[in-house]
Design a protein around this ligand. Structure first.
Ligand SMILES: Cc1cc2nc3c(=O)[nH]c(=O)nc-3n(C[C@H](O)[C@H](O)[C@H](O)COP(=O)(O)OP(=O)(O)OC[C@H]3O[C@@H](n4cnc5c(N)ncnc54)[C@H](O)[C@@H]3O)c2cc1C
Length: 353
């Protein structure tokens, strides 16, 4: 059999490839970006611009991490929390409430999962800078055409791109049903509108003052901040989310606003930063579309229609938004990878008996 085509080298696509490899199938992963990972984007440091945390409830992801011997550490939360209610009011400081469920980060950064999956692929290939433009049903299965007209074919293809992006950017022949298109168009791409920022310091001055590094604001700029020092305590970072409306500003302006708010939350030392990083996910063409239909967070995430395969079972729809469990999260991405691999393996077993 020709290698199974997988569209997207994010967590879902690579999990599918890994599972299929284990069952003896080869895969060809076509990825639009020059790098793997998709919404897992770890900068040197490690500093996360995408997925960061997982919890005890994320059992599929945890099982995969255990299998790959990837280690976790607990998110640092010891100390006071800062809260800015409004611009013109003093910052409130309070203690972390007791009994919070811990959240965990991945030693070495979230991209460790991606690298470990890639290290385990055998007889499979990942091709980068491959923007899929068209998918056609064929007698033998499916053909996939890139924007630059290169064409690949296989008995099966698995598509892991976020549904809203897929509906807007990929052509299907025969076309998707109206009901499927409608659901896809109205499916929230989890975190697709978010802006992540990270500010790096020479030392963790907030810890020295008894702060956890956790803070929240309702004043319109910075929504959340968390301690983001690495496991080895070699880099010192505060990281969080900005108000998505700030995407209309220039990076320099956002940087000034972030540092201004951090100074209000944690004191003057916040001005002595040594690096500023950010990622505006709404501007990322391989995650988000320009003017999405307005949807609420998690809208249609996990909808069964998103998993319905097409072309007689040869085109399989996957990716975290399609997952029946923890859709939108890394756990959902892993589970969708397990499901799509299982679907192909079962079809082949039925075919051969
Ligand atoms: C800012 C942010 C914070 C997050 N925080 C967390 C968190 O703390 N915990 C958590 O569990 N989850 C978090 N998530 C969600 C998590 O990142 C996703 O659930 C997961 O990475 C999705 O994996 P995926 O493979 O389904 O999709 P993606 O990672 O989106 O992968 C899809 C891939 O398809 C590629 N692609 C797109 N279009 C094409 C095309 N036409 N042709 C070929 N390739 C294409 C993309 O480049 C991408 O690599 C966060 C996400 C973001 C953006």
């Amino acid at each position: 059999m020709q290698p199974v085509i997988i569209i997207g080298a994010g967590l879902s696509g690579l999990t599918t490839a890994y599972q299929l490899n284990k069952a003896g199938y080869k895969c060809l992963v076509l990825e639009a970006r020059a790098l793997p990972g998709g919404r897992i984007k770890t900068l040197d440091g490690p500093i996360e611009m995408g997925a960061t945390w997982l919890g005890n409830q994320h059992e599929h992801l945890r099982r995969l991490l255990q299998e790959m011997k990837v280690e976790l550490f607990e998110q640092f939360t010891d100390g006071k929390i800062s809260y800015e209610v409004a611009h013109d009011q003093p910052v409130q400081v309070f203690d972390m409430p007791q009994g919070q469920a811990p959240s965990y980060r991945i030693k070495g950064g979230t991209s460790t999962i991606i690298q470990e999956l890639i290290n385990r692929l055998s007889g499979s290939e990942i091709m980068y800078n491959c923007l899929v433009d068209q998918i056609n049903e064929e007698d033998f299965g499916v053909s996939v055409v890139l924007k630059d007209d290169r064409r690949f074919s296989s008995k099966y293809a698995v598509i892991t791109t976020p549904p809203q992006l897929t509906e807007a950017k990929i052509n299907f022949e025969p076309a998707l049903s109206d009901s499927k298109r409608d659901i896809m168009k109205n499916t929230h791409t989890w975190m697709g509108e978010s802006i992540k920022y990270a500010v790096r310091y020479k030392n963790p001055f907030w810890k020295e003052k008894g702060f956890s590094g956790m803070g929240f604001s309702q004043a319109g700029i910075l929504q959340e901040v968390h301690d983001h020092c690495d496991y080895d305590e070699k880099i010192f970072v505060l990281k969080g989310f900005l108000n998505p409306n700030l995407r209309a500003f220039r990076k320099d302006d956002r940087e000034k606003m972030v540092v201004g708010t951090l100074t209000k939350l944690f004191g003057e030392k916040a001005t002595q930063f040594i690096g500023y990083h950010e990622h505006v996910w709404q501007h990322d063409h391989y995650t988000s579309i320009r003017n999405p239909t307005s949807v609420v967070p998690h809208q249609n995430n996990g909808h069964s229609n998103l998993r319905d395969s097409m072309y007689n079972g040869k085109l399989i729809f996957s990716g975290t938004e399609s997952s029946p469990v923890y859709a939108g999260y890394m756990d959902g991405a892993v589970y969708s990878g397990f499901l799509s691999a299982k679907t192909i393996i079962e079809q082949e077993e039925n075919y051969n008996t």
